[in-house]
Design a protein around this ligand. Sequence first.
Ligand code: NAI
Length: 731
Amino acid sequence: MSVPLTFDGKVVLVTGAGGGLGREYALAFGQRGASVVVNDLGGNAKGEGKNSAAADKVVEEIKAKGGKAVANYDSVEDGDKLIQSALDAFGRIDIVINNAGILRDRSFGRLSELDWDLIHRVHLRGSFNVTRAAWNHMKKQKFGRIIMTCSAAGIYGNFGQANYSAAKLGLLGLSNTLAIEGRALNIHCNTIAPIANSRLTQNIMPADLLETLKPEYVSPLVLWLCHEQCEENGALFEVGAGWIGKLRWERSLGHVLLQKDHQMSPEAVRDQWGNICDFKDSTHPNTINESLSMLSMLNKEKAEDGLVANPTASLGHNPALAVGYNFPDHTFSYTEMQCILYALGVGMSTKDPDHLRFLYEGHENFACLPTFGVIISQAAVMDSGLTNIPGLDINPTQVLHGEHYLKCFQPLPTSGTLISKASVLDILDKGSGAVIIINVRTYQGQRLVCSNQWSVFVVGAGGFGGKKSSPHTENTASPPNRAPDAVVVESTTKEQAALYRLSGDRNPLHIDPNFSAMGGFKDPILHGLCSFGFASRHILKQYGNNDPARFCAIKVRFVKPVLPGQALQTEMWKEGNRVHFQCKVKETGNLTLSGGYVDLYEDQTSNLKSLQPAADLQSNLVFAEIGRRIQDSGPALVEKVKGLFAWEITQDGKTAAQWTIDLKNGAGALHEGPYSGKADVTITVSDADFMALVQGKVNPQQAFMAGKLKIKGNIMLGQKLDIILKDFAKM
Ligand code: NAI
């Protein structure tokens, strides 16, 4: 059974609650535990006269049912007096229902200024005054729910209601902006366009229709929108007769009239009218940014056409200039202290004995967490400035980290000086934003240590006509369709973001409440890469024996933010050497990291075992040497070869040994024995012919032609045998 929604401890003001819809809301709130201020001026439907009886009667009704209520008889034009009533009687104000209203219907030609002004004063100015008086109280308590009452007359227009429809749609505009300004303060503002039987509708609708339009069919929506559990904000609903529907804007794809050979002209508009108004391929812009993304597309088209008189060029992108851009090389020097600070930042603690090797530089196995690799690459991207990428005009406040991929080619040194080389790999157009794909390769001397792929989402910068996906990106992967194989839950601390930021990402969004409020968040949020660090070490511990050398790669998509102090729940599915994972916020169940996976390297100890020669074959020595070479420079060999080779070494016509050289996955590996999966190429050769080959007495092509070397599968890979076998001639 679902839990009933209650309003205990909440104080609600309902304006115009002496009758009609307002009365119904007041009764419903009173019944569900709220303290209610019942406001009504008590005039007639045209706004003439005043009377306290209407409000008093509703207060009596609420009290009779055991509720708490006081009356207020002021006009909504004196908004602060209404709020003062709430403060005097109950000490706070949580919820404001702007409902009071009158009608002064006249066809437009006969509409007087008084008709216009009175309607605006009660509906628009009244709602403004009441809401403004409540706003700062809501802001301080970081909670507020506001309802504006619009009308179908405003949304669609209605004969004889020019004054009323203008004021009613004005309320929607007011609500849209309050929703944006209030979002970070947990103040939500929504708008309803009700239809109900009341004195306002009695003379304009048939009696049998009015019978189906009970005010009590509207109040459930109002109560839900005002409940603290409801996240809806900035929305518009039509409601009546037991039905509720949500409204949104729809925009035609439209048509670009200004083109190289076509000037804007009224004739061009006439001629393209069908295209301009065609709703095929329409869109539903939901924010100003989404709406403006259309302009950025136009700017690009204009720029390409050489029509450069372009006042909004700042929204334009020219991927042709940006893709391939190399950031200046970045040098990152660090000591053990930064590794330890990072480990603390991603939640390691001396409480767990397993963590000591990452927290104490004197530990015999002291190591750096593999995900510290993101810190090194971040400096390369951020210090050089996203805003310096040619061809892109990025508003830094609109930048989000969309996805991340990190691959380690060897365990990160615990101190040293590393050089990172970053470049723009691709720019994608996701409509609501642009995605910049940046690759960063980090070297220690000549050795590739790690590479990162950043997917940076720039809100509102899409719609420039670019491609939607790239063959160069590392993609997320869905977890298998079964319950997770392992789940680890761990709390972050209140100080987690404050600690994590010391590793490099000093964005005030993660510590300064004013700044996070501007970004639309209730409280400063945890860095996505901090949750990423938590999740990756959960996996390394669960499946990699906490050994950084086992860590090959990680990919995630950042979904929803985490607040410092919340617990992270990492759910894992092991599939071979890949561990799929996702991360949730324990308290809310919200997914925070999705589509993730960690690839693990084979256990090094079993690798070493495989390097012991098996039988008494000369080739065993060569394979042992190949194994050592893979350990030294596997990543470089993988880059060059990209293939998985199965070897059958024969002696006296029989298989004497089997080897697998994996120069396709991770940092490369050598295994003794048959390969369990499908190799790219299987090579069969006798021990003696193999030695002739590696000693350069015969080359692979000659051996193949002479039938001494059999190659099955991808024969082209046979050409890369030289890379594997070279340099053994001197043995
Ligand atoms: P109603 O006339 O029964 O209720 C409006 C209440 O507002 C009255 O009790 C009136 O005394 C009070 N009021 C008027 N001016 C005031 C002022 N200056 N200060 C304080 N109180 C004042 O009408 P109904 O139908 O319940 O309307 C409620 C709201 O819903 C109004 O804003 C109306 O425009 C809107 N609406 C109603 C529709 C319907 O089908 N009933 C359709 C669309 C919108």
